[in-house]
Design a protein around this ligand. Structure first.
Ligand SMILES: Nc1nc2c(ncn2[C@@H]2O[C@H](COP(=O)(O)OP(=O)(O)OP(=O)(O)O)[C@@H](O)[C@H]2O)c(=O)[nH]1
Ligand SMILES: [Mg+2]
Length: 298
């Protein structure tokens, strides 16, 4: 297998909400990472494995790097993203077309110390009505750093994703594959199930609540007839618990139905999903609970 093969680690970094997880999902062709319109969706480094012919690309999705707050959760998210840079063969810095915020500059500052090629991925070009407006913007970004490539694209367009993959392949080192060809991630279905539940909660709840939520899978069992999953949704206050449950339990029911469908698609079998809501004050500042909720240490 090693003859003529190329294999490399590509780390995707950027501020929150630019489309990193969307790109990862499009590349592996599976909804692996949670994606929402709200910032700070991703809380872990998530590997998506792309294998085609003699090429294997290990894509690492990371939490969006953002201005630090006193919350331990926020600090861990930034640390996870920054620590992911170590061992990269290529780094993708993702930005949103037409935008350059303080948080983008913050991410770029971390890349000054990186000694592998950094590609600038300018995502969401579909949102730009006048394409000529992009040219001065791209030139301005090109002056900020010695980027190996500058790639304007939309993660929604399969042709753009294909084009990006073709560029990345040219940068892969010649070496044997790290993973079997049929593998798509190193994350367990248990982990992905928790992500799918959190994704639905983030999508269906208001602006502030998502950052106070964590999902812990208490029971996960796959049988030939289907999967049995029980999960606890942790919030920080009683009032938040009422919101998550909703009037007559409607909100929780809706979240459960959507998450169950997503998980069933991934597992390719029926899923029985039970959800509970519990209050755990200030869990986002509690090191032990962050560990329990799978928030990495790095
Ligand atoms: N119009 C448009 N929207 C996009 C594109 N790519 C992603 N999005 C949307 O942007 C939002 C954020 O996408 P995510 O993939 O969750 O962003 P992220 O960078 O992973 O965010 P964090 O995990 O918070 O760091 C979602 O609503 C996506 O549907 C794109 O190419 N065009
Ligand atoms: Mg994400």
């Amino acid at each position: 297998m090693s003859t003529g093969t190329r294999c490399g680690r590509v780390v995707i970094v950027g501020r929150p909400n630019v489309g990193k997880s969307t790109l990862l999902n499009r590349i592996v062709g599976i909804h692996l990472a949670a994606t929402t319109s709200k910032p700070q969706t991703t809380r872990n480094r998530i590997l998506g494995i792309y294998t085609e012919g003699n090429d294997q690309v290990l894509f690492y999705d990371t939490p969006g790097i953002h201005a630090e707050t006193p919350r331990l959760l926020n600090q861990r998210l930034n640390k996870t993203a920054i620590a992911s840079l170590a061992g990269a063969d290529v780094v993708l810095l993702m930005v949103e077309a037409g935008q350059w915020r303080d948080e983008d500059a913050r991410v770029l500052a971390y890349l000054q110390a990186v000694d592998v090629p950094v590609m600038l991925v300018v995502n969401k070009v579909d949102k730009i009505a006048h394409k000529e407006a992009l040219l001065p913007y791209l030139a301005e970004l090109g002056d900020k750093f010695e980027f190996a490539e500058i790639i304007p694209m939309s993660a929604f367009r399969p042709n753009d994703v294909e084009r990006l993959l073709n560029v990345i392949k040219c940068y892969l080192p010649a070496r044997p594959f790290d993973y079997d060809t049929e593998e798509v991630t190193d994350r367990s279905m248990r982990f992905i199930a928790a992500e799918m539940i959190r994704e639905q909660l983030m999508k269906q709840l208001g602006q502030e609540l998502p950052y106070s939520l964590a999902v812990d899978i208490e029971h996960f069992k796959e049988t030939p007839g289907g999967a049995d999953i029980a999960a606890v949704i942790f919030v920080e206050r009683e009032g938040q618990k009422r919101i998550v449950i909703g009037t007559k339990g409607e909100m929780l029911k809706q979240v459960g139905t959507q998450a169950r469908q997503r998980i069933a698609t991934l597992l390719q079998q029926p899923v029985n999903l039970k959800l509970w809501v519990k209050v755990k004050p200030a869990w986002a500042d509690h090191p032990g609970l962050l560990d329990q909720f799978n928030l990495d240490h790095e």
